[in-house]
Write a protein that binds this ligand. Structure first.
Ligand code: BGC
Length: 756
């Protein structure tokens, strides 16, 4: 090749390369534009609106305040009215009903210079007015599709009553039953929180936020709030980055992938920095790694709370921290309105930062269609037609039945026979109690709508069945009386069966409801013991928002139904299960410890160097209590029984991106048709970091007729087993993986395979 030929070739290669580069670059630009348009719609509208906004008006958009509450509903306070009129308000929460939201929206639209509509937020957690079981109870169905429907219903009702935005789902993986907010979670397992979080987000937001039956959702509380030391709400959290990424982040990732439009900051600190000012959590992980484009709202007054945390000297300092962490909207503290103008003047915060936050909030308002018609969610006719529709109530009843977990059923005490049981004593402070059935957070739920257990039983027996009732004692930690126990004993003595409803009041779990004891409050156990003493068979109906140490009952009472707080249709659902119209199939999404002192207590713990051995003192255990759970994670009985047999693996070796088929035969070995949640767990036996003794990987709910056998097959991808190794690399190291399949986390068949 001579010099010229070489030069020619070189030029040709350069030319071809240059052409293709130009083409790809153009294509890339176009793709980017389309992607941006997808992710950042309404940019032109937002830009032109913002061009007209003063700094004060912009900061106003970052302000979210609660409208006041009275027993009868939301009230409008004068100063809020003025703040809205002055353009100092971007949104209102706890404002609901068409009438109330129209009132407020009118001020924003008609009395402010630019007429920017307000966004209305509300804690629609397990229903708006048709109240479904509390989230931990909904999770006990192990039926995410059904809970997606429940969220759809909640969204439809809320959206018909002027609400645009719910502060749900809560995604806090909750290992500690002392922490009251465990009731709002999907329990202690990351996968359940992931799957149910995703289902709830899809239910709330639907396919298009503009649809009038959808609302904006909030992934909360970001992040690790449930790890509060001692289970004490708002307390310090100190966890590793590994735990953050493996346990707490996956549900948020899933919720954002499902389309959650907003994220709420948590009250707690992470690695010494309160979440609300934590740049690592928000800038690096949420916006950086997870690519979140929606807006971040603080939890209630979380910005100034950074002063108490001791990382901000004053309100201005706190505002600066929050803004620098890209926290967009300030809930309830008016801190941004008061502090941002000064911070900008001093050059500590740029107007550009404020612009970004405003843009993110306005984009959601556009997406909700509020600029087209600010009153579109507040329609009197739609509110009237939608709230508590018959089909919604039916769904609530169905989900309530499916949430019930049968904890014990000695000698087939249940189901009760309508023919044979002629005299029922209904006893306990939760037996004829409408109020507590609502559970924690009940939005616009009205307790008068709830069907109590007593009413449910009355509705479900033959006319000649005799039903008596005694409260027995009160639902109090202190100041309770035992005077009513005698009456309860008297009616139990004459009855064929005594149904005793005990547990917690609705405010004994939930926010700021941490407990040092998981025992039944007050004299309820005394009541239970006295009724049991009569010799009449007892069916205990437990209502609570958390695991409870009901050891005495487990040992002595023949039948126990765990019913959480089931909401509007509670009593009807419990009665139908009690009389066998529905065969219970709920499974626990949390472990029940034997003693409060064992908390936090969860099935997916590590093995330690000295795993618990009841016969060896120097192993990891307590010396004054049995160390096994009272009820394990995934536990729940049925009126029928199931047998597991013949676990099979498709191969005994797979690659790091391979899949192994796991199958098992499940047989209905009892007398009733029933549903069973078949659960798949794994354990990585050796890794460069310690791994949990079991991790839930998949599950399937099946229905079998008596005598029927079904082979259940799971495709287990190696990718589902990935973790962070000692260098924080995400993947899987070679070695043995043990596989467990069974009816709960303890009763399992096992096998193993190797990852190459
Ligand atoms: C809770 C949040 C809730 C907010 C608004 C806070 O106290 O932590 O979960 O969304 O109040 O009601």
């Amino acid at each position: 090749m001579n010099r010229f030929t070489y030069l020619y070739l070189l030029l040709a290669v350069f030319f071809i390369h240059a052409c293709s580069t130009t083409n790809t670059t153009e294509q890339d630009d176009q793709d980017r534009e389309v992607a941006e348009q997808d992710q950042r719609p309404y940019q032109e509208e937002i830009d032109s609106l913002m061009a007209e906004m003063t700094l004060e008006e912009k900061i106003g958009q970052l302000n979210l305040l609660s409208s006041g509450f009275t027993e009868t509903g939301p009230t409008l306070q004068d100063d809020y009215q003025d703040m809205i009129a002055d353009g100092n308000m971007g949104g209102i929460f706890n404002g609901f009903t068409v009438e109330h939201t129209r009132d407020l929206q009118r001020i924003a639209v008609e009395e402010t210079r630019l007429g920017i509509p307000l966004i209305f937020g509300f804690d629609v957690i397990h229903g708006y007015q048709t109240i479904f079981p509390v989230p931990i109870g909904e999770t006990a169905t192990w039926e995410p599709d059904l809970i997606k429907e429940a969220s759809q219903v909640a969204a439809e009702e809320a959206a018909a009553a002027g609400v645009h935005w719910t502060f749900a789902p809560m995604l806090d993986v909750s290992p500690d039953p002392r922490w009251g907010r465990i009731v709002e979670s999907a329990g202690e397992d990351p996968l359940l929180n992931e799957i149910f979080g995703e289902a709830r987000v899809k239910g709330f937001e639907g396919d298009d936020l503009k649809d009038l039956n959808t609302i904006l959702s909030t992934a909360k509380h970001y992040i690790a709030y449930s790890e509060a030391e001692g289970g004490r709400d708002y307390n310090t959290v100190d966890i590793s980055e590994r735990m953050l990424r493996e346990i707490h982040l996956p549900p948020f990732r899933a919720a954002l992938d499902a389309g959650a439009g907003t994220v709420m900051t948590a009250f707690n600190e992470y690695d010494g920095v309160p979440a609300t000012g934590n740049q690592f959590l928000f800038n690096d992980i949420l916006r950086g790694e997870l690519g979140f484009e929606g807006f971040v709202v603080t939890d209630y007054t979380a910005i100034p709370e950074m002063i108490e945390h001791g990382v901000a000297a004053d309100e201005a300092d706190a505002a600066e921290l929050a803004m620098n962490a890209n926290v967009d909207m300030d809930m309830q503290s008016i801190n941004y309105v008061e502090e941002l103008p000064g911070l900008i003047e001093e050059g500590k915060i740029s107007e550009d930062q404020v612009d970004q936050a405003v843009e993110r909030i306005l984009r959601k308002k556009f997406k909700l269609g509020l600029f087209e018609d600010p009153y579109r969610y507040s329609d009197y006719d739609r509110e009237e037609e939608t709230i508590m529709r018959d089909d919604f109530l039916e769904l609530a009843l169905d989900i309530s039945k499916r949430s019930i977990v049968l904890m014990k059923n000695e000698d087939q005490t249940l189901p009760l026979s309508r023919e044979e049981v002629n005299d029922i004593a209904v006893i306990g402070p939760l037996a004829d109690n409408q109020y507590d059935l609502l559970g924690s957070w009940s939005a616009a739920g009205e307790y008068e709508d709830n069907i109590t257990l007593l009413e449910g039983i009355r509705n479900n027996v033959e006319d000649n069945t005799n039903i008596t009732y005694a409260e027995g004692t009160e639902l109090e930690f202190e100041d309770y009386t035992t005077d009513g126990i005698e009456e309860a004993v008297e009616i139990a003595e004459d009855a064929d069966v005594a149904v005793v409803a005990v547990g917690e009041g609705r405010h004994m779990s939930g926010e700021a409801a941490s407990r040092v004891s998981l025992d039944l409050p007050g004299a309820q156990e005394e009541l239970l013991e006295a009724v049991h003493e009569t010799g009449t068979p007892v069916v205990m109906v437990l209502m609570s928002g958390r695991p409870m140490t009901i050891n005495w009952a487990e040992e002595n009472v023949p039948a126990i139904m765990n019913t959480w707080f089931l909401g509007t249709k509670a009593g009807e659902a419990i009665a139908q299960v009690m009389f066998g119209d529905y065969n219970p199939a709920g499974k626990l999404p949390v472990t029940y410890p034997r003693h409060t002192g064992m908390s936090p207590y969860y099935y997916n713990h590590k093995n330690t160097g000295r795993p618990m051995d009841p016969d060896e003192r120097y192993t990891s255990k307590y010396i004054d209590e049995e160390n096994s759970p009272l009820y394990p994670f995934g536990f729940g009985l049925s009126y029928t029984t199931f047998g597991y047999d013949n676990i099979q693996l498709g191969s005994d070796e797979i690659s790091k991106d391979g899949t192994v088929e796991v199958s098992v035969e499940v047989t209905n070995t009892g007398d009733y048709t029933g549903e069973e949640v078949v659960q798949l767990y794994t354990r990585k036996m050796v890794a460069s970091v310690t791994r949990p003794v079991k991790e839930l990987r998949d599950f399937e709910k099946i229905e079998l007729d008596p005598g029927e056998t079904r082979t259940v097959t799971f495709d287990l991808d190696a990718e589902q087993l990935y973790y962070y190794d000692k260098d924080m690399e995400y993947g899987i190291e070679p070695g043995e993986v043990r596989v467990f399949v069974g009816t709960n986390s303890e009763e399992v068949l096992e096998d193993s395979f190797t990852v190459r």
